[in-house]
Design a protein around this ligand. Structure first.
Ligand code: ZN
Ligand code: ZN
Ligand code: ZN
Length: 380
């Protein structure tokens, strides 16, 4: 259909991820990694399993091959959904799935479980291993998942471009006289038309609502002479899109353009977003990106009105590591993908935000979104 739409993760990449993970399990003396349904399972095998009370679990032991424990009735779905060859171990109704999961190759040592594993499953496992310590698999997986490879970057780029086109369509109007909720419905429809599996959010924050960063689209009617913060995204090809643009609606009346304060505030956001993006390079502490944006906004006199971190990682999840926030001094790694999204919010009046998805390239930023970042004036 469109650019990069059919980029996909090749089977040998999944095999490599599984092999790397096994090596880490071995180095750390783990009994096994136990990965339940969720983004970690997708990352390792491509399998987008349904989250169910019946256990589906990838078991990665420190020696030997991984296996996927699935309920018998999910066997066909698992075969169809796996992106690479993994031994499938079905369990029957009436079996104890936790006993089955703890059999194939699991060694003595701590068991590392994925973040999204349901408590009922973790408790089921713990009942079988009362003397074993359970640790977070994400301590290991985060380092792998943070470094996006070429195919993942192409998938993120395709998702970003799809969202860019939705922003362009919405910015073309008409907006005056419509409710925020109506525009949000159009956003969701267009994201799906552009190939998203899921439209996760459609923030349409008009007038005073633009001062609330996570405003829920409401029945408020959009009027001429006010800004709209549009923050939209979802999953496309399994990878996240997330873009924010700020519009100003005039309804065609030049007298209803942005006032001086809004122009000042917007310029500060724009400069902060551009400079923070330019600062991105491997080795830079994540919090520095936040500090660059905050420095510019503070110098413009709006420091206390920039009330959130500058960005979050994105990949198989629309919010994941790394978080670009004061206190996170972890260096950015090549291949890390994240949002850069400073904003200024004047409570009760209005606000502005600009957000792009940026990849930390070998020598600097690679900006995936292409929608223009200027204050777009909508006449309709
Ligand atoms: Zn947000
Ligand atoms: Zn966003
Ligand atoms: Zn975001």
């Amino acid at each position: 259909v469109t650019d990069g739409a059919r980029a996909a993760i090749p089977p040998e990449r999944y095999a490599k991820r599984l092999a790397d993970l096994r090596d880490v399990a071995s180095e750390r003396g783990l009994g096994a990694l136990l990965v339940g349904v969720g983004p970690d399972l997708v990352y390792l095998t491509g399998y987008r399993a349904m989250p169910l009370e019946r256990l589906t679990m990838l078991v990665v032991p420190p020696i030997g091959d991984p296996s996927l424990v699935v309920p018998r009735l999910e066997l066909a779905a698992a075969r169809a959904g796996l992106g690479t060859d993994v031994l499938i171990v079905p369990w029957e109704e009436g079996d104890d799935p936790y006993a089955v999961a703890l059999t194939p190759g699991v060694r003595p040592g701590p068991l590392a479980v994925s973040d999204r594993l349901w408590a009922r499953h973790l408790l089921g496992l713990q009942a079988h291993r009362p003397d074993t310590s359970f640790v977070r698999a994400s301590d290991v997986l985060r380092e792998l998942r943070m470094r996006k490879d070429a195919e993942e970057i192409e998938l993120l780029r395709a998702a970003a471009h799809a969202a860019d086109r939705v922003v362009a369509a919405i910015s073309a109007g008409r907006l005056v006289g419509r409710t925020e909720a109506d525009v949000a419905r159009e956003v969701r429809e267009r994201l799906v038309d552009e190939g998203h599996e899921v439209a996760e959010f459609a923030i349409v924050a008009s007038g005073p609502n633009s001062a609330s960063p996570h405003h829920e689209a409401s029945e408020r009617v959009i009027r001429a002479g006010e800004p709209i913060v549009l923050d939209i995204g979802g999953l496309r090809g399994g990878y996240g899109s997330d873009i924010t643009r700020t519009l100003w609606v005039t309804g065609g009346d030049p007298a209803l353009g942005p006032d001086d304060e809004f122009l000042r505030l917007f310029e500060a956001v724009r400069e902060a977003q551009g400079e923070a993006t330019s600062a991105v390079r491997p080795g830079l502490p994540a919090e520095r990106v936040d500090a660059v944006a905050r420095g510019i906004i503070t110098a413009a006199g709006y420091g206390e009105h920039f009330i959130h971190r500058v960005g979050h990682g994105i990949g198989l999840e629309t919010h994941e590591e790394p978080y670009l926030v004061a206190g996170n001094d972890e260096p950015l790694v090549e291949g890390a993908a994240f949002s850069v999204e400073p904003g200024i919010y004047l409570d009760g009046r209005y606000g502005a935000r600009i957000e792009d998805i940026v990849v930390c390239g070998p020598s600097g930023p690679i900006v995936l979104n292409e929608a223009p970042r200027d204050l777009h004036v909508v006449t309709g």
